[in-house]
Unconditional design. Structure first.
Length: 404
């Protein structure tokens, strides 16, 4: 007897798991997406990015080379996941789930077409949809039109709900715990990786304690020393710390896909005069930047003021990137709210509900007095009548010279 194999199916194995937010939160987000759909005259949206799917459903996928999606119509919200994960995506998502099998190629697109329909007006994330995937979409859905909704969705994510801000605030507190563990582990002869592991372990224990229903994943630490501080995203090495080293502490708790960060400059032993001067200048820029963040300020105008501060000190040439960015569902390997970054080309006006960092960085190359990378990083929540700094770890020479 021949066995009939399914292209896709549903399976509710176990019970729904607690999500990071209440059902009402996800319903409100989906209502916002459906307003975008109505404005564009779309019948369905097919989200394929990790951040897009997680924001509207709570499910954060692990692709491993497979396709995942979230199909939203006027009536339904359905995650589409690979059979290798079985029912975990259903347990961890708000709404429905369909599982596709891999016994024949393109069962993912057969499931998506069944949910979204053929000949419809479809919204997609152009910044995530590959050329290959776009070809599959055309072949299996034969859409009437395809329109990009990535930027509109990003604009929706840029303004956080009270529940999101509560999660980000608590995660920032966990970052401070990781920072303290890192500072306590610093001593001459210790390797970067050993210091980083101390911070990561402290963060994961704190996440497990504060968010016991969450998946424990993606927390990480970058701890850099000496020449390794020259890049903001330089990976950890086995370099042993030496007295006199400039150090860069970077702690990143990840709670249900939500990113927070703590970044600080430290020195192992008393810095030389040139290094201290650069450090204090970067701290001055950091404090100026914090003072400029307020409702109604434009991102580009904040940048102009900090640029002027550095230019007056002949240091602007050592700036390596923008002065801050948005927070939310993002990570070092997925997500970005590019419309809310502190750069010259971003004219976004800050408003209540936005959460941004202030993180000036100066990098002086080897051979220049004060060589190294200097960076401070605080997270700020914009309210109607105030700005709340939710980073508590101290910064500057008064606090972060270790072993002097």
């Amino acid at each position: 007897m021949k066995t009939t194999r399914q292209d896709f199916f549903t399976l509710h194995n176990g019970e729904k798991a607690p999500l990071p937010f209440l059902a009402e939160e996800y319903d409100a987000r989906l209502a916002g997406l459906r307003r975008i759909m109505a404005e564009r005259g779309l019948d369905a949206v097919i989200l394929t990015s990790m951040h897009g799917i997680a924001y509207y459903s709570g499910f954060l996928y692990c692709a491993f080379g497979r396709s995942y999606g979230l199909v939203v119509t006027e009536e339904r919200s359905v995650t589409v996941s690979a059979n290798i994960d079985l029912s975990q995506p259903w347990r961890r998502c708000h709404g429905e789930n369909v599982i596709y099998t891999d016994w024949q190629r393109d069962n993912y697109w057969r499931a998506v077409a069944d949910l979204a329909g053929r000949g419809k007006r479809i919204g997609v994330e152009h910044d995530h949809l590959t050329l290959q995937a776009r070809g599959k979409l055309e072949a299996f859905l034969a859409p009437e039109t395809v329109e990009d909704v990535a930027e509109a969705s990003m604009r929706q994510r840029m303004v956080k709900s009270a529940a999101e801000i509560d999660l980000i605030r608590e995660s920032a507190r966990i970052a401070d715990i990781g920072g303290a563990a890192i500072r306590d582990a610093i001593r001459p002869g210790t390797r970067e990786i050993d210091v980083a592991m101390a911070g990561r372990d402290a963060v994961e224990r704190a996440v497990a304690e504060r968010f016991p229903d969450s998946e424990i994943r993606d927390n990480w630490v970058w701890f850099q020393s000496g020449i390794n501080t020259d890049g903001a995203h330089n990976p950890v090495t086995t370099r042993a710390l030496e007295t006199g080293d400039i150090l860069s502490l970077n702690v990143f708790p990840m709670v249900s896909g939500y990113y927070t960060a703590l970044e600080r400059t430290l020195f192992l032993g008393e810095p030389d005069a040139a290094s201290r001067e650069i450090w204090e200048a970067n701290v001055g820029a950091h404090e100026l930047g914090i003072s400029l963040i307020r409702p109604g300020a434009r991102c580009c105008d904040i940048v102009s003021e900090i640029n002027r501060f550095f230019e007056e000190r002949n240091l602007l040439r050592y700036r390596t990137f923008g002065y801050g960015h948005s927070f939310g569902v993002l990570s070092h390997y997925y997500g970005r709210e590019a419309g809310l970054e502190l750069r010259e080309d971003i004219e976004t006006v800050l408003e209540p509900g936005m959460v941004v960092s202030m993180e000036p960085m100066l990098t002086l190359p080897e051979g220049v007095p004060g060589a190294g990378g200097y960076r401070e990083h605080d997270i700020l929540v914009i309210h109607e009548d105030r700005v709340e700094n939710i980073t508590g770890f101290p910064y500057g020479p008064e606090h972060n010279i270790v072993g002097a």
